[in-house]
Write a protein that binds this ligand. Structure first.
Ligand code: HEM
Length: 493
């Protein structure tokens, strides 16, 4: 297998790209290639069924078609209420924007949620997901030292492992006579995600994996509500953004109710946790929960942060586990190798490599973006300030030029050395970034890694995971959801 010559010379390529910044004869933004656009409707005809792209969503198929037809930088003009976007399929160009937007990065999307929180919440600061600029910075600078502190997060390893072991018991009890769980495995993993993140956000177990959990319990309601919120967000803020700003549609009214339900449920859990904290005062500071530490810093921030953790930390982790489980089930020799490592109970290098490779192939965020705060010159074009730039993460991490044999699950690429053409270091450093980048990257990354390591290792330790039947489908619901069918077979080891 040949190494792409460019892969060997990233530093030189970067210098060249840097020089391109100084080009004064850069071409105007309107010359960036993209679907043809018409007055008033913009490129709408290309995106409706029968058009050359045929889909209005940011589905992986749409990314692929745009890249194939127009190249590594693509301009899509505004479509009615949908803002214009500049798609980047080149990791070097992405790195320039992400590095350039380092102080107050603005991640677009979530407008309807922002609207709800700003209009209805009584606090000045509405949360990490919905704030920008100084207010966002204020929250991040207060929560980073707690949530990104490796020693603090390490304290959660035992309890998160306890949750993983309960999930294994749950899988055992739910299997049918074919050792399968054909219905609702995603819901069960959502419960695992909620139970795991609650240990951090609320400092205790909720009982989400309790076999007798009543359907109308607040825990069950929260799981369903978070899922419904993401579904409605996808429609209102990504697929058909902004219509609700002009017409208060039925969906808009439903969304406001759902956002409110999610906030009320979060407040319910936080206030229950605060009461517990008050009952158990004077404990050793190492044993203080994240919520307790945050309450000491700022009460308002503690509450919105706990709520954002319950919102952001359930589905993302659950669907990442489903995707990695499927890759292990369909690559039995990798699964065996992982099991051998886990049973030895030594270092966890192969486990970490399996997780990285799984997230390269099936990132929960197929794309991400930034609204730019200044002008950039990318690929010889002048990209004006306030452009919505979209990073095509999945499309890039699936390029042969970045990762040879891109469709194959090869955890070894993260462990091998530079003489090997598969070595991950031959790819551009921005070719895969499942948790985002920089000051705005996922605040839950350390917790998510602990959760993933715990559940994946317990799964292969207990089960030989197989797969039967058709390949699963993925559906974009703000996140890239694994929607089944669930062909997993859980055979006891
Ligand atoms: C495998 C699991 C997860 C993945 C793949 C993931 C991925 C991401 C990504 C891609 C972003 C956007 C970053 C950017 O724009 O640069 C993000 C943001 C965020 N994530 Fe996660 N996430 C995961 C789990 C979690 C968990 C467990 C929590 C709970 C603490 C969480 C809370 C958040 C929050 C609050 C933000 C917004 C951060 C900000 O804007 O400052 N995520 N996540």
């Amino acid at each position: 297998m040949k190494i792409n010559p460019l892969q060997k010379i990233w530093p030189a390529a970067q210098t060249l790209a840097g020089r391109r910044h100084q080009v004064t004869d850069a071409r105007p933004y309107k010359e960036v290639p993209g679907p043809p656009s018409w007055p008033v409707i913009g490129p709408l005809l290309e995106f409706i069924p029968g058009g050359s792209i045929g889909d209005m969503t940011l589905d992986p198929k749409v990314f692929r078609l745009l890249n194939e037809k127009y190249g590594d930088i693509v301009r899509v003009d505004p479509i009615l209420t949908k803002p214009g976007m500049c798609f980047l399929f080149d990791p070097e160009a992405i790195s320039q924007v992400l590095r350039g937007e380092s102080v107050y990065p603005v991640r677009p999307g979530f407008d309807s949620l922002t609207y709800y929180r700003k209009k209805y919440m009584k606090t000045d600061i509405t949360g990490l997901i919905t704030e920008h600029g100084e207010k966002w910075k204020t929250i991040r600078s207060k929560v980073n030292p707690v949530l990104l502190h490796p020693k603090i997060m390490k304290l959660y390893e035992p309890v998160i492992d306890e949750v993983a072991q309960d999930m294994i018991k749950r899988i055992r009890s739910l299997r049918d006579s074919d050792l399968m769980i054909r219905e609702g495995l995603d819901y069960e993993l959502n419960k695992w995600g909620l139970e795991s993140i609650s240990t951090v956000a609320l400092g205790g177990r909720l009982g989400a994996l309790d076999p007798d959990l009543p359907e109308d319990s607040p825990v069950a309601q929260l799981i369903q509500c978070v899922h419904d919120v993401l579904e409605v967000l996808q429609e209102m803020d990504f697929n058909k953004p902004g219509i609700w700003k002009y017409i208060p549609t039925k969906q808009f009214r439903e969304a406001m109710k759902l956002y409110d339900q999610q906030m009320q449920l979060s407040k319910y859990f936080v206030s229950r946790a605060v009461k517990d904290i008050e009952r158990n005062r004077n404990v050793n500071s190492n044993e203080k929960s994240v919520l307790e530490k945050l309450l000491e810093i700022d009460e308002d921030i503690a509450v919105v942060m706990a709520s954002d953790m319950l919102f952001g930390g359930v589905d993302a982790s659950a669907h990442t586990v489903l995707a990695i489980m499927h890759l292990l089930a369909t690559n039995p020799e990798k699964q065996t190798k992982l099991r051998e490592e886990v049973l030895k109970n030594g270092d966890r290098k192969y486990l970490k490599a399996c997780i990285k490779e799984g997230m390269r192939l099936k990132p929960i965020a197929v794309g991400n973006g930034r609204d730019t705060s200044k002008e950039y010159i990318l690929h010889g074009y002048r990209i004006p300030k306030k452009t919505r730039v979209i990073f095509a993460h999945l499309a890039i991490s699936m390029k042969e030029t970045q990762y040879p044999r891109p469709n194959d699950f090869i955890p070894e690429r993260w462990l091998t050395t530079k003489e090997d053409p598969l070595f991950h270091g031959h790819a551009h450093p921005f070719a895969t970034m499942p948790f985002g980048f920089g000051a705005r990257q996922c605040i839950g990354k350390p917790i998510a890694m602990i959760e993933l390591e715990a559940i994946i290792s317990r799964l292969v330790q207990n089960f030989e995971i197989g797969w039967q039947g058709p390949q699963p489908a993925f559906k974009l619901v703000a996140l890239n959801y694994f929607v089944g069918p669930f062909g997993f077979v859980f055979k006891d080891v």
